[in-house]
Design a protein around this ligand. Structure first.
Ligand SMILES: Cc1ncc(COP(=O)(O)O)c(C=O)c1O
Length: 436
């Protein structure tokens, strides 16, 4: 570059940078060659969000996401200064906000402070971590358990650690995103089988099992979009025949299924050791935040020493471990909570049926969808119900196929039959207003 040209360029750059705050880089010119690759608003996923927002605006809908709750989100909640009946939280046993659970968190906070400041393996744990893990293991009747800071990270780290490129991960087609991300991290081959279909799994394993070393089959205990359950006995039979591990994600089934809330194993009459990996979250029935794996000692030790989301991540804060332990204890001491949850969930599903609404395959345990058949209908009904004082989330494409867009109701032991009757009556009304 000649000296004159260099000076001219310097002048131009200086002139442009004068208007910019110090330290801030210049945005590439819109439309210039490489701005397409550096601007976030050119991301296809961002454009999809924008399209959805514009679509909602055209229908006159308010954004149903990120609604601020002004207090505990239980069977009722206060949103934007108004009390609503709440069906959008996983407070299945009504223990989130229970004074005894709050008190456990407060005591742990005062004793240990707000953080454990590093990974448990590096900087040491607090007794409350092991107390929680021992209680979870006891509830399952297995050797041990390990608790992670997030349920999502539990699946990612567990699958990512246990399996590798010579292995196969096979999962239900409706498996949660966290298991898919874990499978991707592991480098294993990933395949899916038709929802809740053990024969489809057997078929797939008959064709592919011999090409891999280890195989993990991943299913959920209670599917969170549909509220249906797998035939655990049949899945155990298939995994044994094909020498595979079976992992059950109990995010929505622990504290919900079974007479004592011990989850799918108790519900299906399958012994704990017939499943290789029990996974669950602390964020639903257990009123806190985090996830766990329960199983045999070798499994738990492997994860405790090597799972990336455990080894390289801060330990769970004591004020999250303590309320989970308190909630687990209360679940065991107050079985009437489960009875109420079972009763109210079935009541909701049966009343919805009777009103001619489509509850899909829900067994009537904590999660009941009302299928609307398309995304705008789900969004419109959600808004209409919110205006009527009922908070329920629409689940729209791409979270579910367009034809199975829905409203998803999470029930709590604290909902009353009066609240359900009122909700079904308003649902019918909202449904009819769409000309159905
Ligand atoms: C089936 C399933 N697994 C894992 C998770 C992740 O759990 P968490 O939200 O506690 O991180 C969820 C979350 O809802 C879930 O539904």
């Amino acid at each position: 570059m000649r000296r004159n040209d260099r000076d001219a360029l310097k002048q131009r750059l200086l002139a442009r940078s004068k208007d910019r705050p110090r330290g801030q880089r210049a945005a590439p010119e819109p439309g210039s060659g490489n701005s397409r690759l550096t601007r976030f608003d050119t991301l296809p996923q961002y454009q999809q969000i924008t399209m959805m927002r514009e679509g909602a605006e055209r229908l006159g809908l308010k954004d149903p996401f990120f609604r601020p709750h002004d207090g505990v989100a239980g069977a009722t909640s206060v949103i934007e200064g108004r009390e609503v009946i709440n069906f959008a939280s996983y407070n299945y046993l009504g223990l989130a906000g229970d004074p005894r659970v709050n008190e456990a968190a407060r005591q742990a906070l005062e004793r240990y402070g707000t953080t454990v400041s590093a990974s448990r393996i590096v900087s040491g744990e607090r007794p409350i971590h092991r107390e929680l893990e021992r209680s979870l293991a006891q509830a399952y009747g297995c050797d041990d358990a390990v608790a992670f800071v997030s349920g999502h990270a539990t699946n990612v780290s567990t699958l990512g650690q246990l399996l590798g490129p010579k292995d196969l991960i096979v999962h239900d087609e409706w498996i949660h995103n966290s298991a898919v991300v874990g499978a991707q991290l592991s480098g294993a081959k990933r395949m899916s089988f038709a929802h809740n279909d053990p024969e489809a799994l057997a078929d797939l394993l008959a064709r592919h099992r011999q090409d891999f070393e280890r195989v993990a089959v991943v299913i959920e205990g209670l599917y969170s979009m549909d509220g249906d359950v797998p035939d655990l006995r049949a899945f155990v039979e298939v995994k044994e025949r094909h020498q595979a591990w079976l992992m059950v994600d109990e995010a929505h089934s622990f504290g919900v299924l079974g007479k004592h809330g011990r989850g799918l194993g108790e519900y299906a009459g399958v012994a704990t050791d017939e499943v290789d990996i029990w996974m669950g979250t602390l964020s639903k029935s257990l009123a806190s935040c985090g996830g766990y794996i329960a199983g045999c000692q070798a499994l738990v030790d492997t994860l405790r020493y090597l799972a990336p989301g455990f080894l390289y991540s801060v330990g769970m804060p004591p004020q999250a471990a303590a309320p989970a332990l308190a909630a687990l204890t209360l679940m065991q001491q107050e079985p009437e909570r489960l009875e109420r949850l079972h009763h109210i969930s079935r009541y909701f599903r049966d009343q919805a049926h009777a009103a001619g609404l489509d509850t899909g395959k829900s067994i009537g345990a904590a999660v009941v969808p009302i299928i609307t058949g398309n995304s705008p209908a789900a969004a419109l009904m959600s808004q209409r119900l919110f205006d009527d004082g009922i908070n329920v989330q629409p689940i729209v494409y791409p979270a579910v196929p367009e034809r199975s867009a829905r409203l998803r109701f999470f029930l709590s032991s604290e909902h009353t039959t009066d609240q359900i009757d009122h909700t079904i009556e308003r649902l019918k009304h909202a449904h009819q207003a769409l000309g159905r």
